[in-house]
Ligand binder design. Structure first.
Ligand SMILES: Nc1nc2c(ncn2[C@@H]2O[C@H](COP(=O)(O)OP(=O)(O)OP(=O)(O)O)[C@@H](O)[C@H]2O)c(=O)[nH]1
Ligand SMILES: [Mg+2]
Length: 325
């Protein structure tokens, strides 16, 4: 969704690129004076318009945050300082307008004169004034490029039935996504391996209907108040609140994740209350290590036990009216 954002250059890069492009221009004319005059005008034209149009693209192609799906709005809010971003966009737009003004005013004077010294002087004036405007917004251009780099890495989320896998850190959420889809999230034996949301897909053809789910692996959540949650945990909550039709809550009863079953159950009761409109599937993972007598679904990502049953359970929640979503 954000992959096609234009590459935002720093002030120095933008000026260098525009100067280089302008320098290559050489106009041919039988009259030596006209040749010089036309070349100066053409180079000044090229320099100014390439800067103005780059600045225009940066602002125009930047997605309007208010019109984005709510999940992205929340993730942007977590990962990017929106006020700073708005300020940067405003500054870039101000620079575009200022450069446009400098260029239109001065280029009229250029076109009228035949005095080469005057033309060169005017050309340098335009170069100098535009360069100084661009240098003034260097910080904003860098901030915009940083914001875009973060956004380009956002997962591609679609408006289709969605399963969100959640639970304490290290309980096996990413292992479950790997088992249920072809996605390959990183798996490791330490908490907070997953630092952002990952997406996989699972589909089944049943008679004439293709049932397709988007499955989202989230970073681990600790059982603590929102005000104490870190940026990584907040992304999990953003996925749960904005995307989850079904929540697969993963428990590690073996406690090899490093967290007690009691704490995990406490988090579960919070999740139940917070996201009561989503369907909930409770899964005990790592049953190769410990199997409890609870009624929860039991799986092992190590041996594959129970994965088919989990998949059946997920697809049993598929609503036919969701097909057109
Ligand atoms: N024995 C056993 N180990 C498992 C099982 N599932 C996952 N693990 C191991 O548990 C550890 C954590 O697995 P992950 O899938 O990374 O867990 P996670 O919940 O995604 O972890 P975070 O991203 O850090 O929150 C890894 O060392 C896995 O190999 C299982 O069913 N049995
Ligand atoms: Mg993980």
């Amino acid at each position: 969704m954000f992959r096609k954002l234009p590459i935002v250059l720093s002030a120095e890069q933008l000026l260098e690129r525009s100067f280089k492009k302008a320098k290559k221009i050489q106009i041919i004319d039988r009259s030596a004076i006209y040749k010089k005059k036309k070349t100066i005008i053409s180079r000044t034209d090229s320099f100014s318009t390439s800067i103005i149009s780059a600045l225009e693209q940066y602002v125009k192609k930047f997605p309007s945050i208010e019109n984005l799906p709510s999940f992205y709005q929340e993730i942007i809010d977590i990962k990017i300082d929106i006020n700073k971003l708005k300020k940067s966009l405003g500054a870039v737009d101000w620079a575009r307008k200022t450069c446009q003004m400098i260029y239109s005013k001065q280029s009229k004077a250029l076109k009228k004169s035949k005095n080469i010294d005057f033309l060169i002087q005017k050309q340098h004036e335009i170069y100098g004034r535009i360069s100084s405007v661009i240098k003034q917004i260097d910080g904003e251009l860098v901030a915009l490029a940083e914001a875009q780099n973060i956004m380009k890495k956002f997962p591609d989320i679609h408006d289709i039935p969605t399963v969100v896998i959640a639970g304490y850190p290290n309980v096996g959420k990413s292992s479950i996504l790997r088992r249920l889809s072809s996605a390959k999230p990183k798996i490791a034996q330490y908490p907070f391996t997953t630092k952002e949301v990952h997406v996989g897909h699972s589909e089944r053809k049943e008679k004439y209907v293709t049932k397709r789910f988007q499955i989202i692996d989230t970073p681990g959540l600790l059982d603590r108040p929102l005000s104490e949650r870190n940026e990584i945990e907040k992304q999990a909550l953003a996925a749960l609140s904005n995307l989850a039709d079904i929540i697969v809550f993963v428990i590690d009863a073996s406690e090899t994740c490093g967290y007690s079953l009691e704490d995990q159950m406490h988090l579960l009761s919070h999740i139940k209350k917070m996201f009561s409109s989503s369907s909930l599937i409770i899964v005990e993972n790592k049953v190769d290590r410990k199997k409890t007598s609870s009624k929860n679904l039991k799986v092992s990502c190590e041996t594959g036990e129970g994965i088919d049953v989990l998949s059946d359970e997920i697809f049993s929640h598929y609503k036919i009216e969701d097909i057109d979503k």
